[in-house]
Design a protein. Structure first.
Length: 147
């Protein structure tokens, strides 16, 4: 089920990435359609801002200082939070994807595919689905198994 533009604007998002230019690019990409309520430059700050602002979705990089995105997602899940997690990362390796799914991720987007895949991942997360960028090796493995 697709979500309308007006429904998207009500979805509150936090963005966490240690690269300021990437954070700004993600916010710029999401801002017209979603409500970006905060951003963070490291995992500890991401966890604090998620606890404070209680967004609908946290868009997390995996490789961040202090706490990794995986550690942040694990803590969000341990706390019993309803916040959905979508990873936005350079890592397409199956081990990273599996680690993300093991901590309850709703999405896994490779940064090189951000423009095409992030909005799809966010929509899937809102609908309790899971999205993995097609470029990820684990997705290719799943497709072979299904074929």
């Amino acid at each position: 089920m697709a979500i309308s533009k007006s429904q998207k604007k009500g979805i509150r998002i936090v963005v966490a990435d240690d690269n300021k230019q990437m954070r700004d690019k993600v916010v710029q990409l999401l801002d017209p359609e979603y409500e970006v309520v905060g951003s963070a430059a490291d995992g500890k700050a991401a966890l604090e801002i998620v606890k404070l602002l209680k967004p609908d979705i946290a868009v997390l990089d995996i490789s961040m200082p202090i706490l990794s995105g995986i550690e942040v997602a694990a803590e969000i899940e341990r706390n019993g939070s309803d916040v959905k997690v979508v990873f936005l990362t350079v890592h397409s390796d199956p081990d990273y994807v599996k680690a993300a799914l093991n901590v309850g991720a709703s999405g896994y987007v490779v940064k090189s595919q951000m423009a095409e895949d992030l909005s799809i991942a966010l929509s899937e997360a809102c609908n309790d689905g899971i999205f993995i960028s097609p470029d990820c090796e684990v997705r290719k493995e799943l497709n072979k198994t299904i074929s």
